[in-house]
Design a protein around this ligand. Sequence first.
Ligand code: SF4
Length: 459
Amino acid sequence: MRIAVIKPPPHPGTIRMERLISVEPLELEYLYSALKEYHPLIIDCSRTRKNPLKQVASFQPDLIVITAYITHLEWVLCFSEKMKGAEHQPIIFVGGPHAEVCPEHFFSAHIDAVFFAGQLTALNKSIERLELGQPYHDIPGVATASGAQFQRCEGLTNPDLKVPAPERIFFNPNPGKYFYLQYKRCAAVKTALGCPGCCSFCFCRHMNGGRYSPRQIEDVITEIESLDADSILFVGDNFLVNPSRLLAFADLVHERGIEKNFIAYGTAAFVVNHPDVVLALKNAGLNALIIGFEFIDDDELKSVRKGATVADNIRAAAILDQLGLDLVALFIISPRYSHDHFRRLARFIRQNPIYAATFSTETLLPGAENFSSPDPFDNHDSIIKNSWRYDLLRLHEKPKHMSAPLFYCWLYYLYLMPYLSPKKALRLARNFSFSGAIIAFTKAAFTGIEYLLKLLFWH
Ligand code: SF4
């Protein structure tokens, strides 16, 4: 069977941070490993300008597997329609993060199956059945077209924790292409599926059927050992969950003599409650933590069930600073913020040891708990048409206290803030080297200008 695997191209209006962060397409590497025996054609449209239609037309696959985020939704539906209108009509399977939480968005007359749970296992089983000419509608985790409807096979699905480690077909030939801020030759490693947290705005915690499934720590270590990378970004949604698992991780890193820089997601509550564990991780190579601070007011943190207070965030930043760990603080910006609120946020960042931060616009992602038919995308068709807008960097409603351009200028200012304070600029220069800090500032400035320009055309 001839199989093509596609990661769709970004919509031109989607705002991306690729100058500052470039992560290998791990999902394609996992798919390649799972389908290796078929010698699949892998098309990463996120990085190439090549037309996937032409590539597919010359390859003539029997099956196309598409892995997609919400921002790709409209593209996937249009592409599938075109494929099914072609002379050689391939079977089309769709999976990926968005299909896992909102499979119904892909239910279309031009798509044959949507994979929403245990995706790699379900995909392999479905292909086996296809080859035998047998139906695959009864495989758990697969939704298949049945007349005009789609039928979901729920059943018990096992998380894909025992799937083979991904073959690094993108990272290995070109490790220098992948970085996270100043961390170069940075590979991505999945340590768990899902998150045990309960933040109401979070889409990720609904993946993996809403369960948290950590991988065996020995498997994670073995995968890290096999990588010719200087840095490792743990792409699980929250690495700092179980103290004893993390201490076992630190022990194994020492035992096996692994020397790499680790970058992980975590929570302020964990840092505050387990500074000893964070110290053990630092001694094992942890260099940076990415933490969702989200807001600077307790009532806002409480309203989204963040499980941390503003005092926890301040304390966590101080602990990481004392330990010499980099903190990347993630904030959510509401369209209801006033100039005064922005000023308070800027002061918060200035007064605390926050050297890098990101600012997402409040976005009610379909599938997240608080997505309750808000304006402006309040129905299926509207979500599909506007799917490219879910880049977490644009307004989804009019700001209450200022114009949209002013709102975006505030965001631009906040992004540049760490470079504008002499103390923080010095720390950045220490991390990046002096020339590296200038390059980082230039990249951040250009990303901001591109961001503002894109918003002019695709607001
Ligand atoms: S801790 Fe992070 S990943 Fe977990 S539910 Fe909250 S926002 Fe989501």
